[in-house]
Design a protein around this ligand. Structure first.
Ligand code: SF4
Length: 365
């Protein structure tokens, strides 16, 4: 496997002790006159064992545990409520010290619920304003810190019984992860660190609405090893700009050029997320133009029938229409999956994590 180029000295400094890397802990404990291995033990407690209360770090001397308390080691987020859906998808509402809240969702794999995908948030609200998305309704309230982002996975893992594990992490909760690049980059390094959670980089997906500069940066910093997903949702600039304002800044030509530059390995593909909205982006012409647009880019396409949100009057096409759209794409050579909505009875499906705000206008077709 190719080496990741990003190291601690190229990341922004951690915002919280929980977001320190092993070498940063080693440096910190050496300032306290402690040997290097103590720093590694602390990282192991936090990121491998999921223990964030210094009093429970039983192999550390009492004096060091007291230091860690003073240093502020502890949970940066806490679970406010937890709701499990009939398909065992569990939505956790988590609170932060300033009273802000975000959601993270544990989604069991169909046919094997011991394997879990966790959908995490990266911002409180979102500045991107996509009209079909509940997260964009209230706008951006604030960025989440590196520690708050990673702690969602540490908390999620703690919520599962020992026979179940978080195997995949997707940045598809609240927020545009690439609009909070520095915190997300550090979180990616922590989540995939071999001495910590040790998630495979191929199993961590960053989903973006199309921030081109940051897509390039992600490709450079992680050498293309982190999975990339693009919220495409329309294949003509005018239509896409109507439902995704980011497209007014970075149009489809610019976006697809960035995807062509993304340094994928041979077997990797970029995921294209396409929410099917009745009468907006679900015509046979849309399907044909998608094939043209994505020509030469290794992709797989996820079709997501629009989930109803209270803040919008947009609707999904009926099932036969969805299948016809899929057929138009597959017979032109694209790999296409229809994403089954999971957890929709707890409003945990994509574009539904968030506040319920005022009604948004409908886009023109
Ligand atoms: S779809 Fe993503 S980028 Fe768009 S408003 Fe929602 S969270 Fe933000």
């Amino acid at each position: 496997m190719r080496a990741v180029k990003l190291s601690a000295d190229r990341l922004s400094p951690p915002s919280h002790p929980v977001a320190r890397l092993p070498e940063e802990w080693v440096a910190r404990v050496s300032e306290w006159g402690e040997p290097a291995y103590r720093g590694k033990q602390i990282f192991d407690w936090i990121h491998r064992q999921g223990v964030l209360d210094p009093d429970e770090m039983s192999n550390l001397p009492k004096s060091l545990r007291a230091r860690l308390q003073e240093e502020g080691v502890g949970w940066p987020i806490a679970i406010v409520s937890s709701h499990e859906s009939t398909d065992r998808t569990r939505k956790l509402l988590v609170g932060m010290p300033d009273g802000e809240r975000v959601e993270t969702v544990l989604i069991p794999q169909i046919n094997d619920d011991s394997v879990v995908t966790q959908c995490i948030s990266s911002q409180v609200g979102c500045a991107m304003g996509c009209v079909f998305c509940a997260s964009g309704v209230a706008g951006l309230k604030r960025q989440m810190s590196d520690a708050e982002i990673v702690a969602q996975v540490l908390l999620g893992r703690r919520e599962l019984s020992p026979d179940r594990r978080v195997r995949n992490v997707v940045f598809m909760g609240m927020g545009e992860p690439l609009h909070n690049y520095d915190a997300v980059a550090r979180a990616l390094v922590l989540l995939t660190h071999p001495d910590g959670l040790d998630l495979s980089k191929r199993r961590v997906t960053v989903s973006t609405s199309g921030l081109v500069k940051q897509i390039d940066q992600l490709g450079r910093d992680f050498d293309g090893q982190v999975q990339l997903a693009i919220s495409l949702h329309a294949v003509r600039d005018q239509a896409r700009s109507e439902i995704m304002p980011v497209n007014r800044k970075h149009g489809l030509d610019e976006l697809t050029e960035a995807l062509r530059r993304y340094p994928l390995s041979k077997r990797q593909r970029i995921t294209i997320e396409y929410t099917l909205i009745r009468g907006v982006n679900d015509s046979p012409r849309d399907a044909r133009e998608m094939v043209e647009l994505l020509k030469g880019i290794p992709v797989k396409v996820n079709l997501i029938p629009m989930n109803p949100i209270s803040a919008s009057d947009l609707k999904a096409p009926d099932q036969s229409h969805v299948l016809r759209f899929q057929e138009e794409l597959t017979r032109r050579g694209l790999s296409v999956f229809i994403r089954k909505t999971r957890g929709d009875d707890v409003a945990a499906a994509c574009g539904q994590l968030a506040f319920h705000g005022e009604s948004r206008r409908s886009p023109r077709a």
